[in-house]
Design a protein around this ligand. Structure first.
Ligand SMILES: Cc1cc2nc3c(=O)[nH]c(=O)nc-3n(C[C@H](O)[C@H](O)[C@H](O)COP(=O)(O)OP(=O)(O)OC[C@H]3O[C@@H](n4cnc5c(N)ncnc54)[C@H](O)[C@@H]3O)c2cc1C
Length: 531
């Protein structure tokens, strides 16, 4: 059972590894190390475990925070599915979202993204018949970039000396794709602005519009969903619920309400962590899955940050986008409300994604550059068993942190009337966007609550409310220090910052960090395991 640091809890006499944070990367690392015989202590500052995979409940509803759909888990042989099976002992089950996973709306025009790369290609060719050659080349590039990524990401598990010797070779192919932006790459194939807008319609999944994102990130993301979208049966909480027993079986523990204040470093070696209340836990290996910026800025004494040149690393990275999310509770089951399973990506008719983002950042009274609508209640076949006669919707758009910075330092739920008024105005705009697409939901809304970048900072400890860790620009993929090893002995990183955003990215980071620690190639073991 997951225990709380605030209540009476039981610990093992000693742990082999301490992991800071309980996001997907941390949980995967913990479970894989547990299967290698290690006792792992996972320390999570929030009152609930899971990082962005956590859920929260209000007034008889439940919402997922950072999971709307996962790709590749419908294919038994995919590495993503294999790792999920491995870390949950095959207990985590997935529901298929059906034939269409994303519904892109540009003005009044709708483009449904169907499951299967060939089906998606066919849809695009039907909509853009004069662009057949460009579309074929685009798919080839996506597949090539993803293939080149295999060795690029594997390299991140190598110890520094081996990385110096073989790293260049392993990274080289991928860099051909990552060094160009998404827009540069696609513009070499087509000048059709509507097609570009459709091909890059999922940019919100990695947070940067086409002129700023690396094509390699774009390729990884779109490829991830080619085989459809899936949702955890029983909701996102099933991720931590099914992984916890694997950690506990080996003698490990997950503790919530357990905020690490500082990583204890003696003679240039990480030897433990100090908690906010002064308590110290020691272990031979320390891993942080709390994000590279949070770890280096908040948990390492400043003189050591300088000494190990971590400040120079921090100068090279930029935080990703922040967001607002309207969590809506509705009267009526998903069937009664005729709720779709596919996610909406709703865009203004005019302007490119880049132009619309720039306009919105300048003045948030301009149209939302993107509105993403997800219907978790419709995706989870177990939902109505838990919440009969009710449904939920999440409505998201990006939001500069600065828009809410003036309330920094105020307390959750006590930020004042101006803050609430700003939230209410944004909430109504988001609700109207929902009603335009799904008018039958008007009058059915029972409650709603808007999260802001300050909520993200409060609950997940990302300083600027960033939802995707560090930005996925071409420069990011040049940074060799985004890897499992750190310059401090026995201190390792895991999570989205060392691979890419996404539950799949963080999950892969778990395998990478566990491989770095055990010095074993664990991929074969994971691929061969059956459940
Ligand atoms: C709104 C939103 C929607 C998303 N939708 C999807 C989606 O549909 N599909 C998908 O694949 N991905 C999605 N993602 C991305 C995905 O959720 C993340 O990339 C992934 O979960 C990040 O995992 P992580 O391991 O890096 O850790 P995180 O989830 O970032 O967790 C880090 C943890 O560290 C903890 N921590 C921080 N500081 C401390 C400390 N001092 N002491 C102890 N603990 C600490 C935090 O509380 C947190 O729990 C979404 C993300 C967001 C925000």
């Amino acid at each position: 059972m997951i225990q709380s640091y605030k209540k009476k809890y039981e610990l093992a006499d000693a742990y082999d590894t301490i992991i800071i944070g309980s996001g997907m990367g941390s949980l995967a690392t913990a479970a894989i190390l547990s299967k290698e015989g290690q006792k792992v202590l996972v320390l999570e500052r929030h009152y609930t475990a899971g990082g962005y995979t956590h859920i929260f409940k209000r007034r008889g509803y439940e919402w997922d925070v950072g999971i709307h759909y996962i790709g590749e888990v419908g294919r038994d042989k995919s590495l993503t599915k294999k790792i999920f099976d491995y870390v949950s002992d095959g207990q985590l089950k997935w529901a298929d979202m059906g034939d269409v996973y994303d519904r892109v709306v540009i003005g009044d025009k709708i483009y449904d993204f169907p499951k299967g790369a060939e089906n998606l290609k066919a849809m695009l060719k039907q909509e853009f018949p004069s662009e057949e050659v460009a579309i074929d080349k685009y798919f080839d590039l996506v597949f090539s970039a993803v293939k080149a990524g295999r060795t690029f990401f594997m390299e991140k598990a190598l110890p520094p000396l081996m990385s110096k010797m073989t790293g260049g070779m392993m990274r080289k192919d991928f860099l051909k794709y990552s060094r160009k932006t998404t827009l540069e790459t696609i513009r070499e194939l087509t000048q059709n602005e509507e097609l570009i807008k459709v091909l890059t319609a999922q940019y919100g999944d990695y947070g940067l519009p086409p002129s700023k994102s690396s094509f390699a990130m774009h390729a990884a993301l779109v490829r991830h969903y080619f085989s459809g979208g899936y949702f955890p049966i029983g909701g996102s909480s099933q991720i931590v619920e099914t992984i916890d027993p694997v950690i506990e079986k080996a003698g490990g523990t997950i503790l919530t309400n357990a905020e690490v204040k500082e990583i204890v470093i003696e003679k240039n070696r990480a030897v433990g962590v100090q908690m906010q209340d002064g308590e110290v836990f020691k272990a031979p290996k320390i891993i942080s899955g709390a994000g590279i910026q949070t770890t280096y800025q908040k948990m390492i004494p400043s003189e050591l940050v300088k000494k190990h040149k971590l400040d120079q690393q921090l100068q090279k990275i930029t935080p990703s986008v922040a967001h607002i999310c309207l969590y809506v509770g509705l009267n009526g089951s998903p069937e009664e409300l005729n709720m779709p399973k596919a996610n909406y990506w709703i865009y203004p008719k005019e302007g490119t994604h880049d132009e619309n983002v720039a306009k919105f950042i300048k003045d948030i009274d301009n149209p939302f550059p993107v509105v993403y609508v997800s219907f978790p209640a419709a995706k989870d076949p177990d939902w109505s068993n838990r919440y009969p006669g009710k449904s939920t919707v999440d409505i998201i758009t990006l939001m500069p942190y600065e828009e809410f910075a003036e309330w920094e330092g105020t307390r959750w739920k006590k930020r004042g009337e101006d803050y609430e008024a700003k939230k209410e105005k944004l909430s109504q705009r988001l609700l109207e966007t929902l009603y335009e697409r799904e008018p039958q939901m008007r009058g059915k809304v029972d409650m709603y609550e808007l999260s802001t970048p300050l909520s993200t900072k409060n609950f997940v400890n990302y300083e600027k409310g960033e939802i995707y860790g560090i930005d996925h620009t071409p420069d990011r993929f040049e940074l060799k220090f985004l890897r499992a090893h750190t310059p401090i002995k026995n201190l390792y990183l895991t999570g989205q910052d060392i691979v890419t955003v996404g539950v799949g990215g963080a999950l892969a980071a778990g395998l990478i960090t566990a491989a770095a620690i055990t010095k074993k190639n664990l991929t074969n073991k994971v691929l061969k395991a059956t459940y």
